[in-house]
Ligand binder design. Structure first.
Ligand code: G4P
Length: 524
């Protein structure tokens, strides 16, 4: 019998991994994909990244600096579920990309280094997840190394993130003595040396649990398990789904240990595709009309084709290859002739995709970040954020004759979300804005290699940028008239106020109480 829409939706789990660089995200990704049979050998994810690097010039930046700029999606099946893992750049200079990707997931795995605990970037990414109440499953990684006391790690998660913890497994030893985990509720042991079997035991003191440890450590382990059971909260699915409690697993991604429990937990507890808020209504994943939104654009995935891929998250209905969808921003029809799924090392035409799935749609600049595609009524999804840039620059061309070409190139880069582009009201040259300095490097490299435009950057007299609005149109117009030299328009034509520093922004804010200065704009 063909799968119903309800069944297809119920099987999907769309998630991201959040962590501080070096905590083990890449290693864990590889191991998750291994379980899904998506790759044959551990190490493929890194190898793939290396191959991709050598293909394209601008990616040199990644290679030289040892960072991952590329966000991608990986789909795999395991057990009864289809998993869509959305990868995010590790470097904070690309934070806006990461935040937008997090708008397309329903759950996240938080990887914590067992020796380091909660690190700054994990904290930041967690805060983004919290804004959307995204449920989090925690993986305490690197237990095969010298680690902190598990209670201390749990306390730190509770204190720093204000998130309740429910340890599901408990580590048997750590570092050199790490020999497996004890399932607190089920009284079962998974051993490091036979990860695929789970053995029921009589209690923590049994030979198959404490008995795995050196004589001197056994008593402490039994006490710990008993204390964990008494003092820690039990897992509560409601609290988890509301984003108030995280189940915690201990393991070692490098040793491929604990990953099975983690993926099983995602399948069992993480939510199927959630309803998404559009301007006029809440769109349920099982609604029959196809709807989707663009959260990322990536150019030059394959330089041989010079293509531009828009990554869309399907929110409802069924996306079928060959169907026509409507682009809400323009009202125009768009034929979806070659939607694609991405696996660890290949892409494949997507015949059908359901809510929670992420597909790539090749296009030549028709699609922008934040765009909504629909099959039925015209709706616009809310919530894909655009952050005010932290760095503003004017672009200086070496060859002034190429100004028109530069304008086009910048427009394209802005549509892809590489930079933000602001056109001053006074007609002076455009200003580019970025969150992190590395984005400027990417822009420079790409302008040179893809458009043949060598450029440099000049400081603008502005350092702060805010979108402006007012309840009454007349108030906004008055402000824009009075401040014309400090006003610019973004890609959508929305006005921004540019200030030299935070002080003058505050000053104007006090002088113009009817004007709202906002730091985050939602695409619309
Ligand atoms: P990231 O994507 O979060 O930045 O981290 P990544 O997986 O690249 O891991 C960072 C380093 O930590 C790597 O070592 C990796 O091998 C190591 N690692 C990851 N998980 C574990 C674990 O469970 N136990 C131990 N002991 N190490 C782990 P590296 O030396 O920096 O890189 P590599 O040369 O080994 O690839």
């Amino acid at each position: 019998m063909p799968e119903s829409l309800e069944q297809a939706v119920a099987r999907r789990r769309t998630f991201a991994i959040i962590s501080h660089p070096d905590a083990g995200k890449t290693t864990l990704t590889e191991k998750l994909l291994l379980f899904g049979g998506a790759i044959q050998l551990a190490g493929e994810v890194k190898a793939k990244k290396d191959r991709m690097h050598s293909r394209s010039d601008w990616m040199k930046i990644e290679r030289e600096r040892g960072i991952s700029v590329v966000t991608s999606v990986m789909t795999f099946e395991y057990g009864d579920h289809v998993y869509n893992l959305l990868d995010t750049p590790g470097h904070e200079d690309f934070a806006d990309d990461t935040y937008r990707t997090l708008t397309a997931v329903d759950a996240a795995i938080m990887v914590v280094d067992a020796a380091k605990g909660i690190e700054p970037r994990t904290l930041k990414l967690f805060e983004v997840c919290r804004l959307r109440d995204i449920p989090i499953v925690t993986f305490v990684n690197k237990m095969d190394r010298e680690a902190r006391d598990p209670f201390e790690i749990l306390d730190e998660i509770e204190d720093k993130l204000a998130l309740d913890t429910a340890p599901v497994t408990w580590p048997i030893g750590q570092g050199r003595t790490f020999s497996g985990t004890y399932h607190l509720a089920d009284n079962a042991v998974r051993r490091l040396d036979s990860e695929d079997t789970r053995t029921p035991v009589n209690g923590p003191e049994s030979d198959s649990a404490a008995g795995l440890l050196p004589e001197n450590d056994r008593e402490a382990f039994v006490e710990e398990v008993n204390l964990a059971r008494e003092a820690c909260k039990p897992f509560d699915i409601e609290a988890f789904l509301e984003g108030h409690l995280t189940p915690v697993f201990f393991g070692s991604a490098l040793r491929n240990y604990g990953v099975r429990d983690l993926i099983n937990a995602l399948g069992a507890y993480a939510p199927p595709p959630r309803a998404q808020q559009a301007d006029t209504r809440l769109v349920k994943a099982t609604d029959s009309d196809m709807t989707a939104f663009v959260f990322k654009i990536q150019a030059n995935m394959d330089p041989n084709h010079r293509d531009r891929i828009a990554f869309v998250r399907v929110c409802s209905g069924k996306l079928k290859r060959g169907m026509k969808a409507r682009l809400s921003r323009t009202g125009k029809a768009l034929g979806l002739s070659a939607p694609q799924f991405f696996f660890a090392h290949q892409r494949q035409l997507a015949d059908d995709a359901y809510a929670g799935d992420v597909v790539g749609i090749p296009n030549h600049g028709t699609l922008r970040i934040g765009d909504t595609l629909t099959e039925g009524e015209n709706i616009v999804f809310q919530g894909v954020p655009n952050f005010a840039p932290e760095i503003l620059r004017r672009v200086r061309l070496e060859d002034a004759m190429k100004a028109k070409k530069l304008k086009e190139a910048l427009q394209q880069m802005a549509e892809e979300g590489v930079v933000q582009l602001f056109s001053p009201e006074d007609g002076s040259p455009a200003i580019v804005g970025v969150i992190g300095a590395l984005q400027l490097d990417v822009l420079k490299e790409r302008l040179k290699s893809e458009y043949g435009l060598p450029v440099s950057f000049e400081a603008a007299r502005f350092n702060v940028c805010r979108w402006i609005s007012a309840d009454r149109r007349a108030d906004l117009e008055k402000f824009i008239d009075a401040k014309r030299g400090d006003i610019a328009r973004d890609l959508d034509g929305d006005p921004v106020f540019l200030a030299s520093d935070g002080f003058s922004l505050n000053y104007e804010g006090e002088r113009w109480p009817d004007i709202k200065f906002v730091h985050v704009k939602e695409y619309h």
